[in-house]
Design a protein around this ligand. Structure first.
Ligand code: AMP
Ligand code: MG
Length: 350
């Protein structure tokens, strides 16, 4: 079901982002759809086929390294290495881990890249959904603790470093991997001379390289978390966007919905009153990680966080369970309600 919704969201984004027909001369659009990182990705690059191939190759490589389920990945090796730990494959992966751990810290643990045992216990990795009892949840929550990840013990040389996890703990970069991938792709494409690309990395992780070829911004549909339609439109140029929502991956039992975003304090799906959070900014990793973290925090704490962390350079759209919409001040000019939703009130946070 989530894939179908995702596909709809992608179709919507694609429809909204179609370049103008007959626009000025320049590189032609090269488009592709691939399945990676457990989702459907749609890439549009105004550039060469070679640039597209380099981009898809990078996605597959990163998927291979960062996947929590693939037995060949670094993350899998780390999760099964026990006391010995696992070597970080390269400096970039180590930088990603350090950046992700910093974000865990900055968000006070609302983002916690060791939440994986809880994600598994609820069945989100296999689709064999279940509701763990309270004792199991307490035990799971006790083992979610990003501060226990040992990075490069006894070594100042990161490239030669080791990572080690305590017994019972497993790492999962699912909350940041697509955003990080967007950053890597954006750097790669810019180096290849691409000035216009829209990288829809699925599950609402989007990276815009420049704007459309005619110079106008890309227009991205913001999904209504309560339906299949589009609630708003966000203009994006040279920025990343990440959305986390309870509608993206979930199961229902006895009329209650349980989703894939876990509150590290309870090891259960986060119920903060938010239905979705979209984060926009220059860093894909930050946008992806923060969309997950702010979903866990809820509106009030998220707004305090936004005010307290200007260095993270992000703006956000919050859609609450009751359908109300709030945006941070920096999005006032780039967010608009979709047709049919224009009666809705939008609170601008400052
Ligand atoms: P996203 O779709 O970016 O919000 O990331 C959600 C994914 O990250 C889930 O499918 C889990 O694999 C993992 N995850 C769930 N809750 C958390 C959390 N609080 N912190 C870090 N990762 C999480
Ligand atoms: Mg995320």
């Amino acid at each position: 079901m989530s894939l179908m919704r995702n596909a709809l969201a992608l179709a919507l984004a694609a429809a909204l982002c179609c370049p103008l027909a007959g626009c000025a001369k320049g590189p032609e659009a090269v488009q592709t759809t691939i399945f990676a990182m457990d989702t459907v990705m749609n890439l549009t690059i105004y550039g060469t086929q070679d640039a597209m191939e380099a981009a898809t190759e990078t996605i597959y490589t990163l998927d291979g390294q960062l996947s929590v389920t693939s037995e060949d990945s670094f993350v899998y090796a780390l999760n099964h290495a026990g006391e010995e730990g696992a070597s970080v494959p390269d400096g970039e992966t180590l930088e990603l881990l350090i950046d992700a751990l910093r974000l865990c810290d900055q968000t006070g643990g609302a983002l916690d890249i060791t939440a994986y045992p809880a994600v598994k216990a609820w069945g989100f990795t296999t689709g064999e959904y279940r509701i763990p009892d309270q004792a199991e949840l307490d035990d799971l929550a006790a083992h979610i603790d990003y501060t226990a990840v040992e990075v490069c013990p006894n070594s100042g040389d990161f490239r030669a470093g080791l990572l080690r996890l305590p017994e019972g703990m497993e790492l999962d970069l699912g909350a940041v991997a697509k955003g990080y991938t967007g950053d890597r792709l954006s750097a790669l494409l810019r180096e290849a001379g691409v000035t216009s690309a829209l990288l829809d990395l699925g599950q609402s992780s989007i990276q815009a390289v420049g704007g459309k070829p005619d110079g106008s911004p890309w227009r991205i549909g913001i999904q209504d978390p309560a339906g299949d339609g589009c609630l708003g439109v966000l203009e994006l140029a040279d920025q990343a966007m990440g959305t986390s929502g309870g509608y993206q991956r979930y199961f229902e039992q006895d009329g209650v919905r349980y989703w894939h975003i876990i509150d590290p304090d309870t090891a259960a799906p986060a119920r903060s009153g938010l239905a979705s959070v979209t984060v926009v900014g220059p860093s894909g990793l930050v946008c992806d990680g923060l969309s997950t973290a702010l979903f866990v925090m809820g509106l009030e704490d998220s707004v305090d966080f936004w005010r307290g962390h200007p260095e993270l350079d992000f703006e956000a759209i919050f859609i609450s369970d009751d359908g109300s919409i709030a945006i941070t001040a920096g999005l006032e000019d780039s967010f608009s309600l979709a047709e049919g939703c224009t009666q809705q009130e939008v609170t601008v946070l400052s």
